[in-house]
Design a protein around this ligand. Structure first.
Ligand code: PMP
Length: 395
């Protein structure tokens, strides 16, 4: 990696070297196809099912409830389109929130083109949706509610247990995209009655290009990819055994290290937030406050700076060896302001002035010092050039 302070863990995490080690035997050694009936295939099947059990265990699920996919985008497609199509006779109404990942937003548009009705529930200024607001939008036609466990942008953690409890007995299924929350907040399907949950391997320091969908026993989903019927018929295509073994290794490491790791990451994040707000004038924290700590991902620091623009900040920081993200980690390259920030009630220019730092396993304690050695200067220089900031100063 170039010698940069990497503070963009939400968009991509390095694969843990121990995970890479665990994957290597599956490229040449165990190369069989789990669908084959010979001994080489049996070896692959055994490895696949071992990995499935480990991944399931990490999330408090049963092994048969885990369907491996090519990533969280595919898991979201399978969950939402698959559930809507399979359960269409019960109703045609789906509820999402305004804070969802772009994949969920685009799936919602696809459903609308295909005859479903979608309601987008509002979020508050901290990015939170309440069980009550969702409840008020449920009709006799509602079949599915989809709420991301946490926002990949501003890091707000949603009250998923409360929402799941509220839906209990209504017959409405709950899907959650848990990608941003994995490895950072406890997720246990034996405690929270979620029907469907999208997961990604990379978010627990496993390989990119692998995900999973948790499908609670008894929940009916139609496949979206058709073919040879792998993964209980829900996701055809030969399983990527190396990546699946990698996800299992990542889950094992996370099981052992998560509590200490989360505390350390939160410490780094807290120090950055305290220093930015104290040392840079007209700076603000977007999203939920740091306390109570279960309302915000411990890794996430999302700021806005009056009178400066996100892209300009990123590029200046890039020149000074700091890798951060603008408003939305997954679509940093678009010039649209983040839909989540606008839904939180920010003005377009406020959303445009946002900068996101996310920390993780390989963040170093002195990353905050290195960021703060350059960030105040970057903001000052951009403000000198900013007509917006000058207008504010003279207002
Ligand atoms: N959901 C969330 C919350 C995400 O942050 C992302 C991107 N990391 C995805 C879904 C899509 O994941 P993938 O690119 O692995 O398909």
């Amino acid at each position: 990696m170039p010698d940069v302070v990497y503070a963009d863990y939400q968009s991509s995490k390095p694969v843990d070297p121990r995970v890479v080690e665990a994957m290597l035997p599956y490229f040449a050694g165990t190369f069989g196809n789990a669908a084959s009936l010979h001994a080489v295939g049996d070896e692959a099947t055994a490895a696949l099912e071992r990995a499935r059990a480990v991944v399931a265990g990490f999330f408090g699920a049963q092994p048969q409830e885990i369907i491996f996919t090519s990533g969280a985008t595919e898991a979201n497609n399978l969950a939402i389109i698959g559930y809507a199509m399979r359960n269409r006779r019960k109703g045609d109404h789906v509820i999402i929130t305004e804070a969802e990942h772009i994949s969920v937003l685009n799936i919602a548009k696809y459903l609308e083109k295909n005859g479903f009705r979608v309601t987008r529930a509002p979020i508050d200024l901290h990015g939170r949706v309440s069980a009550k607001k969702l409840r008020a939008r449920i009709t006799d036609e509602t079949i599915l509610v989809s709420v991301g466990w946490a926002s990949n942008e501003i890091g707000t953690v949603q009250p998923i247990a409360e929402i799941a409890e509220m839906l209990g007995g209504t017959g409405v299924a709950l899907h959650t995209d848990a990608v941003a929350a994995e490895g950072l907040v406890p997720i246990d399907m034996s405690l929270v009655p979620v029907s469907l949950m999208s997961l990604s391997a990379n978010d627990i320091y496993g390989p990119r290009g692998l995900g999973a969908l948790y499908v609670r026993k008894g929940v009916q989903v139609a496949p979206v990819l058709l073919g040879g019927g792998q993964e209980h018929g829900l996701r055809s295509g030969t399983e990527d055994l190396a990546s699946i073994a990698g996800m299992a290794a990542a889950a094992e490491i996370m099981t052992a290290e998560m509590p200490a790791e989360v505390a350390r990451i939160a410490g780094i994040r807290d120090r950055l937030v305290a220093r930015v707000l104290a040392e840079i004038p007209d700076s603000h924290l977007n999203g939920a406050p740091l306390e109570p700590s279960d309302g915000r991902l411990p890794s996430n620091a999302h700021f806005r700076f009056d009178g400066v623009e996100g892209e300009a900040m990123i590029l200046s920081l890039r020149d000074q060896g700091v890798a951060a993200a603008t408003g939305s980690a997954c679509s940093s390259k678009t010039l649209e302001p983040s839909h989540t920030l606008i839904s939180c009630g920010l003005l377009h220019e406020e959303a445009h002035g946002s900068l996101e730092f996310t920390f993780g396993r390989f963040s170093k304690d002195d990353d905050v010092d290195r960021i703060m050695a350059v960030l105040p200067g970057v903001i000052t220089r951009l403000r000198v050039l900013s007509p917006l900031y000058k207008a504010k100063a003279h207002a």
